[in-house]
Design a protein around this ligand. Structure first.
Ligand code: FNR
Length: 210
């Protein structure tokens, strides 16, 4: 996008593949809370073959579909559980697919917010911060505050459509959505082409090869 979209397009990545996932319910709740401000869509990851560089000689159709959906998005929301104190394998695979082939990282420059949810009180802190670390290398501006570690999340906090009903969770999630929408708008405005000032890349700076 070259200008600030009036209605940004936001891709949501859900780190769980479970039909009854609490993180999927969080994603649906985010759509319910923020859908009047943006076009927010869940981008499927379950069909992506495990990434191997060899597949990029003739990329599977699912890779092309996934990469173009992320490319078309103005921003990205991650909703993820924590698996063994880290990012679930399916989500990491999707991130890897989007990051390649080398020089074609579809994540680059996409402002993101990381939301982690768990039945445990720790709220997926480990996965959340591992994902933040990945975002550094992926060149994704990441909303710093407020942070979203959603602890003690249970299916009873949602209605039959998977939308949050619990007052405290709804209010907190609403504040995250509001903060992200405002921050995303600022980030997209700042991206408008403006002055002739150029900044040289540092020889020890970002490199997408390793
Ligand atoms: C888990 N779970 C889990 N929970 C947590 O808080 N910290 C952890 O490190 C882990 N590790 C872990 C590993 C694996 C392989 C599984 C399957 C589960 C429990 C997890 O939070 C719980 O199953 C959530 O309900 C998963 O999220 P969804 O699928 O409900 O979104």
């Amino acid at each position: 996008m070259t200008d600030t979209p009036t209605r940004p397009r936001i891709a949501v990545l859900v780190g769980s593949l479970r039909a009854d996932s609490i993180n999927l319910k969080i994603a649906r709740s985010i759509i319910a809370l923020g859908g009047h401000r943006a076009d927010i869509e869940i981008v499927p990851i379950a069909d992506l073959a495990l990434y191997s560089e060899e597949l990029d000689a003739s990329p599977p159709a699912e890779y092309a579909r996934f990469r173009s959906q992320i490319t078309a998005a103005d921003g990205v929301i991650f909703c993820t559980p924590e698996y063994n104190r880290g990012v679930p394998g399916g989500l990491k695979n999707a991130i890897d697919v989007g990051s390649r082939p080398s020089g074609h990282n579809v994540w680059s420059g996409k402002p993101t917010v990381i939301v982690s949810a768990s039945p445990s009180p720790i709220g997926g802190f480990g996965a959340n911060h591992q994902l933040r670390q990945l975002c550094v290398f992926l060149d994704m501006p990441t909303m710093q505050q407020p942070e979203a570690y959603l602890g003690s999340v249970a299916a009873e906090k949602f209605d039959a459509d998977g939308v949050v009903t619990d007052d405290a969770l709804k209010s907190f999630l609403g504040s995250i959505v509001e903060a992200y929408m405002a921050w995303l708008a600022r980030a997209l405005r700042a991206r408008r082409p403006q002055s002739s000032v150029t900044v040289s890349a540092s020889p020890i700076g970002w490199h997408d090869q390793w």
